[in-house]
Design a protein around this ligand. Structure first.
Ligand code: UD1
Ligand code: CA
Length: 462
């Protein structure tokens, strides 16, 4: 049987108070991933035959986020949730199948909830199943009105509810499963005869009832899952819940997280067993960490591939590859496109961009490495700078194996230091150094005997 999914993501999101009018609500991120992508991710295990995302307000941005996993359908004017689903009629009208409808602003819904809702719908041969929830503060949500037999009769929106109806604590989560053909048959009959003048998807419930179709409800036990993001307070609440959910899963899989309240790990991050994550650490994007790494405190890593047994302390790393058994930090900044082998030591205040360190390299303190390759077991002294930029172009520095670069050296690229070469401390190099050669490029020292006394006397007499 065909399963279709429709994600409603065209709404305005006025309460997010964005400066940029094209900044759609569902594009706001939680731990590096947008709200609507969480919804797509929750749908994935269900393997819908086809997924549709309704975009409108800020639709260009939303399209970028969803187009890999969903067919984008535009709703140019936002005339309500029923009107939003009507936009898919050209694709789905008349087709047999089961359609799940959900909102793009509910990132906490889980795959388990969606698949058990689908199962319930199919097993009970329902024509429509609404996911409901019983909550203490139902204000703002559509209320589930049940008949004398306790069966769902209709949904009444907050704006249209009588005082008595407002007292109902069972609410509509905004997730539904429909018999596809019947849904589109009824959708054409919607009218905007309500307080907001909108076409409500929720009115379809009563229409199904009137036709004698089989309508059921499934009650969501954990109300946190239905949290819809309308403002930035709810965004932070959802972030908190998501953060603890991700951290908990990692801990149960064998990762130590010393302070889960204060550790921010994205949904796509993979971390191997016996790794330890210290407080104040953010690991986001498509980052994979192997086994037995110690990361943090206060470390930030994004889109980076990391092997096993590394120690990374108080550092920032973006878009890099790191092997095994390395010691990084504190205060190392790997700014992107760095490749680090095994057993290296990259230390305090070392900044690196576009650098490739082979195994055993040491760059332990106060160094800038840019556009540079460094061979095995080379030692980069404190305060070394690769001068890779002339104000217009970037140039490469090539350093061989077992090279010793003395402290305080400036290597003006393009330049090559061959294997086993030696650079005297304080040198500024502009030409290549051959294999086994020593380079010294600084003024020779001159000591004036006893002259310190003379100089001091001169200064004091002024
Ligand atoms: C809706 C439900 C309400 C439910 C609540 C759950 C209706 C009429 N009401 O109310 O019963 O309790 O969700 O959160 O459906 N959207 C569009 N196009 C539109 C309007 C909305 O795509 O023209 C999208 C929004 O982007 C959003 C979703 O539909 O993702 C829900 O719309 P919203 O305006 O937030 O509906 P609620 O008033 O919260
Ligand atoms: Ca909403």
């Amino acid at each position: 049987m065909n399963i279709y999914a429709i994600i409603l993501a065209a709404g305005k999101g006025t309460r997010m108070k964005s400066l940029d009018q094209s900044h759609s609500k569902v594009s706001h991120p939680i731990l590096g991933m947008s709200l609507v992508q969480y919804v797509l991710r929750a749908l994935k295990p269900i393997q819908p035959t086809e997924t549709f995302a309704i975009v409108g307000f800020g639709g260009e941005v939303t399209t970028q986020l969803v187009q890999d996993s969903a067919k984008v359908v535009w709703q140019h004017e936002q005339k309500g949730t029923g009107h939003a689903v009507q936009q898919v009629a050209p694709f789905l009208s008349g087709k047999e199948g089961t359609t799940i409808v959900l909102c793009g602003d509910t990132p906490l819904l889980t795959s388990q909830t969606l698949s058990s809702l689908l199962d319930e719908h199919i097993q009970n041969k329902h024509d429509l199943t609404v996911l409901t929830c019983i909550i203490d503060q139902p204000k703002g949500y559509g209320r589930i009105v049940r008949d004398k037999k306790g069966l769902v009769d209709r949904i009444v929106e907050q704006a249209d509810a009588t005082l008595e109806e407002q007292g109902i604590r069972e609410v509509n989560t905004g997730v539904y499963v429909f018999n596809n053909r019947l849904l589109f048959e009824q959708l054409v009959h919607l009218s905007g005869n309500n307080k907001q003048g909108e076409l409500y998807l929720t009115d379809v419930i009563k229409m199904f009832k009137n036709k004698g179709y089989h309508v059921g409800a499934s009650i969501l036990p954990d109300s946190r899952e239905m949290l819809g993001i309308n403002d930035r307070v709810q965004l932070s609440e959802a972030t908190k819940i998501m953060k603890l959910r991700i951290n908990r899963d990692l801990m149960l899989s064998g990762v130590t997280i010393e302070d889960p309240d204060n550790t921010y790990i994205g949904p796509e991050v993979v971390i191997g067993q016996d790794s330890v994550i210290r407080p104040g650490t953010r690991i986001l994007g498509k980052t994979t960490l192997g086994k037995a790494n110690v990361v943090g405190p206060e470390t930030s890593i994004e889109n980076t591939l990391i092997g096993d047994n590394n120690t990374i302390v108080k550092s920032q790393i973006v878009d890099c590859h790191i092997g095994n058994d390395n010691q990084i930090g504190p205060f190392t900044h790997l700014r992107g496109h760095c490749e680090i082998g095994n057993k290296t030591r990259v230390g305090n205040f070392v900044e690196m961009k576009n650098g490739h360190l082979y195994d055993g390299v040491k760059a332990a303190h106060l160094t800038y490495i840019g556009d540079c390759t460094i061979g095995e077991n080379t030692n980069i002294g404190c305060g070394t700078i690769t001068a890779n930029y002339d104000g217009k172009h970037k140039y490469h520095t090539e350093i061989g194996k077992n090279v010793f670069v003395g402290s305080g050296s400036t290597l003006i690229a393009p330049i090559t230091l061959a294997d086993n070469s030696f650079v005297a401390a304080g040198s500024t190099l502009t030409t290549d150094v051959g294999e086994d050669d020593l380079a010294i490029a600084r003024a020779r020292q001159e000591n004036k005997i006893g002259y310190a006394k003379v100089l001091k006397a001169k200064i004091n007499s002024k």
